[in-house]
Design a protein around this ligand. Structure first.
Ligand SMILES: Cc1cc2nc3c(=O)[nH]c(=O)nc-3n(C[C@H](O)[C@H](O)[C@H](O)COP(=O)(O)OP(=O)(O)OC[C@H]3O[C@@H](n4cnc5c(N)ncnc54)[C@H](O)[C@@H]3O)c2cc1C
Length: 306
């Protein structure tokens, strides 16, 4: 990264352990690590990394990411631009949130203006960037239902562009960004067409959180490890957690990983789990579910090689 402007060079650090930046608590040191505070800084970093053939990984809240115990041979870039701005006209309301802002901050901003629709996301960890890429969702509302467009940095064409909801091809835990890692989310615009007083939203959120806490384990995990499965005969969607439960896998331990006894799709780091423990657990679950149910499960978590 020799060609970097001095102010960018200043924010690049060496040998930074990644485990503390993930909800799994797994990951060795990244060769290089940077927290750009502006879109311009991010642009400079990725452009320079790309030019120098240095692999880069954009890290959001780290709530869906599994790093290697050996870390990452390249630069991990964790956007820290988090501006959120609300615009309301008599007929329309929208919120623009920068990629590094959290879903929690977006919910707060909406509630502040009595804008309703995303209260059900309360407790959903991570940033706007990660959520848009994976079309995150909870309580029956996905990013797809609320997003108007996203501002994207296209590293191949070296330009910033606006992609509409349709352009992003948002589907269950998928977007076109998953197939095109050269597209980086800079910000996203969400539309709101319902109003609910903040106080009433708070009551609703309390309820949602209670349900979340009752059905999901606390502790270190990356949320659901697998996407829901599809029955090959009926084509109906079957909860991956239910499949794992029915296969009798809850509570199984593989190294430092335990398949949660509360929610079968949560792989919990009991203390010193390694990436390999997670990969072995994933392999065991896939094989068992295939043998017993004839259903293929696919990972929801992002597995990052060294
Ligand atoms: C306890 C728990 C509960 C969860 N519950 C839910 C749930 O209810 N619903 C749900 O959908 N998910 C859930 N998750 C999973 C996770 O919170 C979501 O997938 C979330 O959207 C990930 O966001 P993140 O910022 O943490 O992503 P990260 O883990 O940081 O990154 C995920 C992927 O997004 C990419 N990425 C990050 N930022 C950008 C960017 N700016 N531009 C392009 N790519 C980017 C990364 O490179 C990576 O490939 C849960 C996780 C945990 C730990």
């Amino acid at each position: 990264m020799a060609g970097l402007a001095p102010d960018i060079q200043e924010i690049v650090r060496k040998d930074i352990p990644l485990a503390p930046y993930t909800s799994f608590g797994i990951g060795g040191p990244a060769d290089l690590y940077a927290e750009p505070k502006t879109i311009e800084q991010l642009e400079a970093l990725v452009t320079e990394a790309d030019k120098n053939h240095i692999p880069y990984y954009i890290l959001g809240g780290g709530s869906n990411t599994l790093f290697s115990d050996k870390g990452f041979r390249g630069i991990v870039i964790r956007p820290q631009f988090k501006k959120i701005s609300t615009t309301e006209t008599p007929t329309e309301a929208s919120i623009v949130a920068e990629a590094g802002a959290t879903i929690a901050q977006l919910i707060q901003a909406a509630a502040k203006s009595d804008l309703s629709g995303i209260e059900v996301w309360v407790g959903l960890p991570g940033t706007i960037g990660g959520a848009v890429r994976g079309n995150a969702g909870a309580g029956g509302v996905e990013i797809k239902d609320m997003l108007s467009s996203a501002t994207i940095l296209d590293l191949k064409q070296r330009k910033i562009m606006e992609l509409s909801n349709a352009d992003l091809e948002l589907e269950y835990r998928h977007s076109t960004l998953k197939d095109k890692p050269h597209l980086i989310v800079l910000s996203a615009t969400f539309h709101f067409d319902k109003k609910l007083p903040a106080q009433e939203q708070q009551l609703l959120m309390k309820d949602v959180l209670q349900k979340r806490h009752a059905t999901q384990p606390k502790g270190k995990s990356a949320g659901c490890a697998f996407k829901n499965g599809t029955d090959p005969l009926t084509h109906t969607i079957i909860s991956a957690g239910k499949l794992i439960d029915e296969c009798g896998l809850k509570g199984t331990r593989v190294g430092g990983i335990e398949i949660s006894t509360i929610h079968g799709n949560f792989l919990q780091n009991t203390g010193n789990a390694t990436q390999q423990d997670v990969l072995d657990t994933i392999a065991l679950i896939k094989k068992t579910v295939k043998t017993q149910k004839n259903i293929d499960l696919h990972e929801e978590i992002q597995i990052v090689p060294e």
